[in-house]
Write a protein that binds this ligand. Structure first.
Ligand SMILES: Nc1nc2c(c(=O)[nH]1)N[C@H]1C(S)=C(S)[C@@H](COP(=O)(O)OP(=O)(O)OC[C@H]3O[C@@H](n4cnc5c(=O)[nH]c(N)nc54)[C@H](O)[C@@H]3O)O[C@H]1N2
Ligand SMILES: Nc1nc2c(c(=O)[nH]1)N[C@H]1C(S)=C(S)[C@@H](COP(=O)(O)OP(=O)(O)OC[C@H]3O[C@@H](n4cnc5c(=O)[nH]c(N)nc54)[C@H](O)[C@@H]3O)O[C@H]1N2
Ligand SMILES: [Mo]
Length: 783
């Protein structure tokens, strides 16, 4: 079944093409064709049929590409181009053979790009790199687990180890993993959410008492107005476009707030409808506000002020007084604070015109049911938490929480990042959870908060954390400040990665390193008690089962729950009342514990088996019950701040191309933005290019302007003239992570400020298109 590895050449990026984009539409037939072709080519028809067409089906697996929910009535073909890419990437029957490890040293692998590493195929056997050696070598599962166990047991304190999780991990694996980690004795459970929606969790937790969306799937189509802020659904949540289209067909309106005119925010060609095939599709955004990076807090305050002014002009008619009186506190303070809002500061921060803000306020006032959605454009900002609190303010003023067709809707990234948090993957789980966990398994869980992603890197750098283990993900490439992160990782005594495919985190290691290969969500998981399913939670709190549908690429693979059970048995053993052997054999046993430990998951085994799964209770959404200390939703006062940009500099954001999933690079095109054959590009407004004395097509070096004594710079990025907001620039993540200082994080959530780095562009000394030194993000740039 497995095939010989295809030869994957590095892409030299010598002839980057640009100048076509931005596209004025997204998805449609070209999207679907695009998605099917590589699948068929890599996997053959049968495996394609059993993966791509099983995605998001009742008896199939949950699409691993994003956390957008599935419709209740799952149709065949409700999949998207990027979902298909994710599945093809995972289910490809190409595997890394045993001799690969002798042929490639770790240093050599380190000079390879993420693209090349990912394309080598699936990992199939555990490998170990002993201290002082430059090669991994295959080891048995027993030996791998023993090596890790010996190391963990030798540490002076459990806090000298950290255990990362990425958001593809299932609920069952996540629950077991946090049990293993807390049983071992630490809360050092950093996760990808620390770099992602952590700011949303904080802002919502502090205002409405729960850090999750207050909408359910059907609400999108019922909204009168959806405001999409800092999100690019055409690439990152493509199936969301279908719901946006449904909203429009029901007479709703859509406003997009973004420095970039993203394709999916303009027009959508639905491949399932005739007009999407032959016509122009549906116009998505009725209003597009091309905001300056970091200007959203000012915009939201300005709209709320207009709402309050309208109320002052017509008392009793604009605000939802009954709702505010019964359920909210802080209205007086907010009103007083916004009365003093300086309109000039708003215009400066947003780069918008008064008329544009008036129009948005007018739309908001005319709508009875409003949803605001957002993603990384808002969360990865210094003022992210305050900005999201302003979203809550605006929604609360007119009772837009806890009624149909309305609510706050953070759109999560990884397909189960929300579920992982529900299961206890968080360095600061509440005491009530710790108590339930301790009671269930008869032990005293550690009570002190652990380290988040940024803090973990800092502690590894100082030598305080000596062992780093990761259940999925690619932390070294995903976190900010690549060089600092790499130095930190290399400072450790041991790194352990549980992964499906090779990535940079396997090449930047501690003295000793292990890779444990695991099954992916597409694969059939058979254990002693029979075929197993796992479960996941989407961005609107719907929990449902996921069944693998193709043969695993190798019989040597273990599932994530099986690997964690082995680690738990070896390291924690019977120090807690856990049936580690049983967990591996039958995941129902894990779910029985989840029922008793995780609030809201009672009778988990029964409810997960109901048709379509179940929806977790959510007080604000279901009954306008706000689990805050006072039982009321809190309107907050946030001091307006905007990004100061010295003359000659730009504010750089790091974004995803259409051909990547986070650090996984599928290809070198960004179709919707008109980029081909390269990723080392920087998008800048033509007027800024002229003002800086630069020219489109030129190569530039990008230098960070953060004053902390460290020089951060990337070289030879092709300058692309692009209609982004003035003063703003964009480059792809992870190539630009080098520029984001590690401790430049959002206030309150400690999320790296990946969307707002002050940079200076300088013409590269070398203007020839030889791009060899740009192949690897970290290593090559270090010189
Ligand atoms: N195909 C694919 N799907 C994915 C992913 C992927 O990499 N590939 N990643 C997954 C993950 S983990 C996540 S978190 C999500 C990410 O989903 P997104 O948040 O959509 O991802 P980004 O590419 O970071 O896009 C950020 C958007 O915010 C805008 N923006 C930047 N700064 C500002 C600002 O100051 N204000 C406003 N209003 N807008 C701003 C940018 O122009 C861009 O459109 O996608 C998930 N889905
Ligand atoms: N500059 C900048 N930095 C960012 C961002 C940004 O917008 N700009 N975005 C941030 C965000 S939103 C996020 S979520 C993080 C992402 O950070 P991570 O979640 O750490 O990174 P990924 O690239 O999603 O991880 C990909 C790896 O996961 C492994 N993998 C895939 N599927 C599975 C599986 O089923 N099981 C296991 N065990 N492993 C699997 C594969 O080996 C693959 O190489 O990056 C953050 N970093
Ligand atoms: Mo994310």
């Amino acid at each position: 079944m497995t095939r010989k590895n295809p030869r994957i050449e590095e892409v030299d990026e010598q002839d980057i093409e640009a100048g076509d984009g931005p596209k004025s539409w997204a998805a449609g037939i070209p999207g679907v064709l695009h998605s099917m072709m590589p699948a068929v080519e890599h996997m053959g028809l049968d495996r394609t049929r059993r993966t791509v067409l099983k995605m998001n089906q009742k008896d199939g697996f949950d699409c691993p590409s994003c956390a957008w929910p599935d419709p209740h009535h799952r149709k065949a073909f409700e999949f998207c181009e990027n979902g298909a890419k994710a599945v093809t990437w995972e289910a490809t029957p190409v595997v890394i053979a045993s001799h690969f490890w002798a042929e490639h040293s770790v240093s050599e692998l380190r000079s390879r790009s993420e693209y090349w590493l990912g394309m080598q195929g699936r990992l199939t056997e555990p490998v170990h790199k002993p201290a002082g050696e430059d090669h991994y070598r295959p080891v048995s599962w027993d030996e791998a687990i023993r090596i890790i166990g010996t190391k963990l047991k030798s540490l002076d304190s459990p806090d000298h180890a950290a255990f990362y999780t990425s958001g593809r991990t299932s609920n069952e694996a996540a629950f077991l993993y946090q049990l293993f980690v807390r049983g071992y004795g630490t809360n050092n459970l950093p996760d990808c959410s620390n770099m992602c929606h952590e700011s949303s969790g904080w802002a919502m937790g502090q205002t409405i008492g729960i850090g999750k969306a207050t909408v359910s799937f059907d609400d999108y189509a019922m909204a009168d107005l959806i405001i999409i802020m800092g999100q690019n659904p055409g690439t990152n949540h493509p199936r969301m476009l279908t719901e946006l289209e449904a909203c429009k067909e029901n007479g709703g309106r859509i406003v997009a707030v973004n420095p970039l005119p993203e394709a999916g925010l303009r027009r959508y060609k639905n491949p399932q409808k005739v007009k999407g095939i032959v016509g122009h599709g549906t116009q998505i955004a009725d209003q597009f506000l091309q905001i300056r990076i970091g200007g959203d807090m000012a915009l939201l305050q300005a709209v709320s002020k207009r709402v309050l002014d309208a109320e002052a002009r017509n008392p009793g008619t604009v605000l939802d007084h009954a709702f505010l009186a019964e359920h909210c506190e802080g209205l007086e303070e907010l009103t007083k604070h916004l009365a003093e809002l300086d309109e000039r500061a708003v215009l400066e921060a947003t780069g918008l015109r008064t008329e544009d803000i008036d129009e948005l306020a007018d739309r908001y006032l005319k709508a009875e049911r409003v949803i605001i959605t957002w993603a990384m454009g808002l969360t990865q900002q210094k003022k992210a938490v305050a900005t999201i609190k302003e979203i809550i303010n605006l929604l609360l003023l007119r009772g837009n929480i806890g009624k149909p067709g309305a609510g706050a809707s953070p759109i999560r990234g990884h397909s189960n990042v929300q579920g992982d948090r529900t299961m206890g993957i968080w360095e600061q789980m509440p005491q009530s959870f710790m108590e339930a966990l301790g009671n269930e398994f008869g032990f005293e869980p550690p009570r002190e908060h652990g380290t988040d992603a940024v803090e973990t890197i800092n502690r590894m750098r100082d030598g305080g954390i000596k062992v780093f283990m990761a259940l999925g993900g690619n932390l070294v490439a995903a976190i900010s400040d690549t060089h600092a992160a790499e130095a930190a990782m290399e400072q450790t005594e041991m790194t352990v990665q549980i992964s499906t495919k090779l990535n940079r985190s396997h090449t930047v290691t501690g003295a000793e390193a292990l890779i444990l290969p695991t099954m992916g969500r597409t694969e059939i998981d058979i254990q002693e008690s029979g075929p197993q399913f796992v479960s996941v939670e989407d961005t609107v709190c719907a929990v449902h089962p996921s069944w693998g549908s193709v043969e695993p690429v190798s019989h040597t693979l273990l599932s994530e729950p099986a690997i964690v059970s082995l680690l738990g048995k070896e390291v924690v053993g019977n120090r807690i009342n856990a049936d580690w052997d049983g967990f591996e054999k039958n995941y129902d046993l894990i779910r029985d514990h989840i029922s008793r430990v995780v609030a809201g998951c009672e009778d988990y085994n029964e409810r997960i088996r109901q048709e379509g799964g179940f929806i977790l209770a959510n007080g604000p959404r279901d009954s306008r019950t706000f689990p805050t200390p006072t039982g009321k939703a809190v309107l907050t006062v946030n001091e307006l701040e905007h990004i100061e940009r010295p003359v000659g500099t730009l504010i750089l954001q790091s974004i995803r191309s259409h051909d990547q999933f986070n650090t996984t690079i599928y290809g070198h095109d960004d179709r919707y933005r008109g980029i081909k054959k390269g990723r080392h590009v920087v998008f800048v407004n033509p007027e800024d290019i002229a003002e800086l004395g630069l020219a489109d097509g030129q190569y530039v070096d990008i230098r960070g302007e953060y004053q902390d004594g460290v020089e951060r710079m990337v070289r030879k990025f092709r300058l692309v003239s692009y209609p982004t907001a003035r003063g703003c620039a964009a480059a792809y993540y992870p190539e630009s992570n080098v520029l984001v200082p590690l401790n430049h994080t959002a206030e309150g959530s400690n999320t790296p400020v990946s969307k707002a780095v002050i940079v200076r562009l300088e013409p590269s000394p070398d203007q020839t298109p030889d791009a060899a030194e740009r192949v690897t993000p970290g290593a090559a740039q270090a010189r």
